[in-house]
Design a binder for this molecule. Structure first.
Ligand SMILES: Nc1ncnc2c1ncn2[C@@H]1O[C@H](COP(=O)(O)OP(=O)(O)OP(=O)(O)O)[C@@H](O)[C@H]1O
Length: 338
């Protein structure tokens, strides 16, 4: 796990990406900036449709039409890449620098292909000249290193339990030792004990430097509470608040994250506040988001400025809230009434 002195592994600035649809553009990632330190797990949370998977696609350079990356800059371990419609990433970027474990990956395994052949396909997708035996040997070693049975390589997907399938696709997605693994909803189809085993395995992969850092995308806040060093809360294509996990849960500085988190997670008793029972209204359409702060139609703290002007980032890169209220109330915590 990282601490405040760890070096920055990923810096993303000004990311913007949109789906091109008949009615116009659905801007699903809009002016998103974030950083991840070495050894850190950054959780990305938010309601369905807020742009989590789109952000994962942008960061992993796997965006495909109708999704178009319009702007932004990525820096991973000093390697810089300007993003835009014509970006062609260096060959080693995908898989070795950043690897994406997509949502539902374990269910998209080909039922007629043994895991060993899946391994070869994945390695060759990144290293076309890789030898079959070497790819399989690498997977075997990695499975042993992580205390998983080697025999899974001989299995077809249906011969593995859901939990084992997810562990295997996670290991295979990290076979090239990516500096950043982006895992999109890796635990959502798993029972609680399989979730725990997968999380322990990810921590082990970090400890052994098989992966440098993790971005863990989920709508499951209790899971994030157990794995994430920091959390970014997304709302309507933007990061509403980011900060250390306990800090954001116990001392939220954005009314949306306060409402979202306190409805699921109970803060420390010493600073427990009145709990909200839900957030009124529903998320906006990203085809035509509200003016000013996107959360203002649902926010009990909204002022006139919030309706008309985009909020500033109150705080620094590691801990900020994109909120007028937070900018006017430095260091105060949002208290939400039911
Ligand atoms: N192929 C597409 N065409 C048009 N709009 C899309 C497409 N895919 C996603 N969107 C829109 O982009 C927005 C963000 O979607 P995204 O899948 O990134 O959200 P999410 O937070 O990952 O949601 P979930 O938790 O349900 O996976 C949503 O408004 C969604 O409707």
């Amino acid at each position: 796990m990282s601490d405040a002195t760890s070096e920055v592994l990923l810096r993303a600035r000004g990311l913007r990406a949109a789906y091109s649809v008949d009615a116009g553009e659905v801007v699903a990632v809009d002016d998103v900036s974030l950083e991840v330190r070495k050894g850190e797990v950054l959780g990305v949370a938010g309601e369905s449709g807020c742009g989590k998977s789109t952000l994962a696609a942008v960061l992993s350079l796997t965006a495909r039409p109708p999704l178009f990356v319009q702007a932004g800059e990525l820096e991973v371990e000093g390697r810089r890449l300007d993003l835009g419609p014509d970006t062609s990433p260096p060959r080693t970027w995908r898989g070795e620098v950043v690897s994406l474990l997509p949502q539902g990956a374990m269910n998209s395994l080909n039922p007629t292909v043994r895991i060993r052949d899946f391994v070869v396909d994945i390695v060759r997708a990144h290293q076309p000249k890789a030898k079959r035996d070497e790819a399989i040997d690498r997977a075997r070693e990695r499975l042993e290193q992580l205390d998983l049975p080697r025999r899974v390589l001989d299995c077809y997907p249906h011969q593995l339990s859901g939990g084992m399938k997810q562990r295997v696709v996670t290991v295979v997605s990290a076979l090239l030792d990516p500096r950043l693994l982006i895992a999109d909803e890796p635990t959502s189809a798993l029972d609680v004990s399989s979730q725990r085993v997968l999380i322990e395995m990810l921590k082990e992969m970090l400890a052994r430097d098989i992966i440098g850092s993790v971005i863990f995308v989920t709508h499951d806040l209790p899971v994030l509470n157990t794995i994430a060093d920091r959390i970014a809360i997304m709302y309507a294509g933007q990061i509403a608040e980011v900060g250390a996990t306990r800090e954001v849960i116990d001392r939220p500085r954005h009314p949306y994250s306060a409402a979202l988190l306190s409805s699921v997670l109970v803060p420390e008793p010493a600073i427990r506040r009145r709990r909200v029972t839900g957030i009124p209204g529903s998320p906006p359409s990203l085809l035509n988001p509200p003016s000013g702060c996107r959360f203002h139609p649902r926010c009990s703290l909204a002022s006139e400025t919030c309706r008309t002007e985009a909020p500033p980032r109150a705080g620094d890169e590691r801990r900020y809230s994109r909120c007028w209220w937070a900018s006017r109330h430095p260091d105060q915590t949002v208290e939400v009434t039911a």
